[in-house]
Design a protein around this ligand. Structure first.
Ligand code: NAP
Length: 261
């Protein structure tokens, strides 16, 4: 049986094992998928164990860039890797966060033709901005302002700007901060919501965050990050095992996952 894992820090809450097992079940393959929640000092040892005993692994916070020196080849264009294929002891890096996010937009039928406001400037925000910059007018609002500009500069984004909340009429707000994981409100003061159609929280646990509750109460579409997690996992399984699911299988697999959460 092929072995996979998710490596990160303080990630016991992750639904990745469930999501990968359900995808594997739908695809008719047998895999083992475990969580390796480790402190930074244990990172090098964990990479050695993954290299010798696993067929591939996913990487999450805070190690998405720490893996770069260990890769023989890297197909990620954002400077962060979330998926590694182990091939004869070589580690090959990919990033499926961006493609997973775009597929989740399509799955939820989210219109991105207006102004998109991304809250946060961490790893997730960086990936979302990179993908959305090709398709929309994007604005990043972050507590630490310099980090928003750093994303724009480092990725050479053309349609993305530091957000001035007073002069912005977003149609979609995406929460890519960690605010909401502990039921904090992530909607910043002063944001204009007259044209707002969709609130997308990248958080999936809890399934309904305060910003999502606020959106629902105000008749605004609200989605969480489960589909994003699902599609990046599906793309990882495509890289590892050539998995492709039909639209009907995707809908059913997501239903199965939701039922088990
Ligand atoms: P990260 O790199 O640690 O970035 C955290 C972000 O949250 C930063 O912009 C930080 O602002 C902001 N923040 C933290 N505490 C704050 C506070 N008290 N007030 C205002 N802003 C605050 O984390 P990440 O990896 O990007 O993850 C961000 C979120 O995305 C997490 O909630 C994670 O669950 C979610 N995510 C979901 C998926 C999925 O598949 N659904 C995948 C990846 C991530 P500063 O820069 O000012 O510190």
């Amino acid at each position: 049986m092929k072995r996979y894992a998710l490596i990160g820090r303080n990630i016991q809450y992750s639904y990745s094992p469930l999501v990968h097992q359900e995808i594997a079940l739908s695809a008719g393959i047998h895999i083992e998928y475990s969580i390796m929640s480790i402190e930074p000092m244990a990172f090098i040892g964990a990479v050695d164990r993954l290299r010798s005993g696993y067929d591939g692994f996913n990487i999450t916070k805070p190690y998405k860039t720490d893996i770069l020196p260990y890769l023989s080849k890297n197909y990620s264009v954002t400077g962060a890797v979330n998926t590694v294929c182990v091939s004869s002891g070589d580690l090959i890096g990919y990033n499926t966060d961006g493609t997973g996010f775009l597929k989740s937009l399509e799955y939820h039928n989210i219109d991105i033709s207006g102004e998109i406001l991304i809250l946060g400037a961490g790893g997730a925000a960086r990936t979302l901005a990179y993908e959305l910059d090709k398709l929309s007018k994007v604005y990043i609002y972050n507590r630490t302002i310099t980090k928003a500009q750093a994303i724009i500069d480092e990725l050479g984004l053309k349609n993305t700007h530091d957000a001035d909340l007073n002069n912005l009429q977003p149609t979609v707000i995406i929460n890519a901060t960690t605010l909401g994981l502990n039921n904090e409100m992530s909607l910043p003061n002063g944001v204009k919501t007259e044209r707002l159609q969709t609130v997308y929280d990248t958080i999936y646990n809890p399934a309904c965050t305060p910003i999502m509750s606020w959106a629902k109460e105000n008749g605004i579409k609200a989605v969480n990050g489960l589909a994003m997690l699902f599609f990046q996992a599906l793309d990882a399984q495509k890289i590892w095992n050539g998995v492709e699911l039909s639209k009907a299988q995707i809908i059913q697999t997501l239903k199965n996952i939701e039922a088990k959460i």
